[in-house]
Design a protein around this ligand. Structure first.
Ligand SMILES: [Zn+2]
Length: 309
């Protein structure tokens, strides 16, 4: 029973234009937090070859195009709001390394949990394109790796970022019936997908929520609608797309969650994992753009993960 936080300083060097919400300060603050409050849980991500893992989710052509980009001293735009700088691909690749190492850790240690403190985020990146600040589809790559490497029957990605994880869904709905995707997300909001009717191969659960929803109703949706459906699939590992941008202080969305709502949600998911999938959770940072709200919410998320092992 153990909890580990996977981190790396390279995430501080993925640069974006001034004023962009998905900025290095997010991870600079979180790296300080984890080093101060969780010194016994942090583990620096080791470099390893993950291109084969990335290519199980992304197309060769997309990866080839990315590798042909030469940002050097510039910040290059690769999508409406996604950019890469000199260290961005290294950062995106290191995030994947962290996820693979986090999966290996929870699969080899009984009732263990992990958090990958990385950026850029991943859940909008589609198999053939970058999108919405995201370069690689982190949660999908981790889920596919876990399924294949450990011969699991089912892996579920639970996405509580305020935006719909269109990229994760896009991979899962393409002949990946053993990968389950469940998402709660504000609607209408970017990227505009995630309707209830989008069920993929029967492996997609979408719960669009109204901008006026309060924390109590948000938690009820997870407790009464999403988790009972996940239980039906009987996954052996949960991967969390942990976005904290539904916070009341985050101007990117209208939903008004409090930091404590993320604590309650994490407790609920940990209890579910402990009862249903040997406690295995790999949580990956997605969004969250108000620095104070992000830091406080992540702190509570990590404390809850730690106290549940
Ligand atoms: Zn988001």
């Amino acid at each position: 029973m153990e909890f580990k936080i996977f981190y790396h300083d390279i995430f501080e060097r993925h640069l974006v234009p001034i004023g962009h919400p998905e900025r290095p300060d997010r991870i600079i603050n979180l790296n300080k937090l984890i080093k101060n409050l969780f010194p016994n849980q942090i583990q620096k991500i080791k470099s390893q070859k993950v291109i084969k893992n990335i290519l199980k989710v992304h197309t060769k052509e997309y990866i080839k195009n990315l590798l042909n980009l030469k940002p050097e001293n510039d910040i290059l735009q690769i999508d409406a709001d996604t950019y890469i700088s000199l260290n961005s691909l290294k950062a995106a690749e290191t995030a994947v390394c962290g996820i693979i190492q986090a999966v290996d850790f929870v699969m080899k240690t009984n009732n263990s949990k992990s958090f990958v403190c990385s950026r850029p985020p991943g859940h909008h990146a589609e198999p053939d394109k970058a999108m919405g600040f995201c370069i690689f589809s982190n949660a999908a790559i981790g889920a596919k790796y876990a399924l294949d490497k450990y011969k699991l029957k089912k892996v579920a990605v639970l996405d509580f970022d305020v935006h719909h994880g269109n990229g994760t869904q896009s991979f899962f709905e393409r002949k990946q019936k053993n990968l389950i995707f469940a998402s709660s997300h504000e609607m209408p909001l970017f990227p505009g997908t995630g309707f209830k009717e989008e069920t993929g191969l029967g492996n997609i659960i979408n719960e669009p929520i109204s901008p006026s929803l309060d924390g109590k109703s948000f938690l009820e949706i997870w407790q009464n609608k999403i988790l009972p459906k996940i239980e039906y699939y009987n996954p052996e590992l949960l991967i969390l797309s942990a976005g904290f941008d539904a916070h009341k202080d985050d101007t990117i969305s209208s939903i008004n969650l409090k930091s404590e709502d993320y604590l309650e949600l994490t407790e609920m998911i940990c209890k579910f994992a402990n009862q249903n999938c040997d406690g295995r959770i790999v949580s990956i940072l997605e969004g969250g753009y108000n620095l104070d709200a992000l830091t406080e919410s992540v702190k509570l998320h990590l404390q809850s993960l730690l106290s549940s092992v």
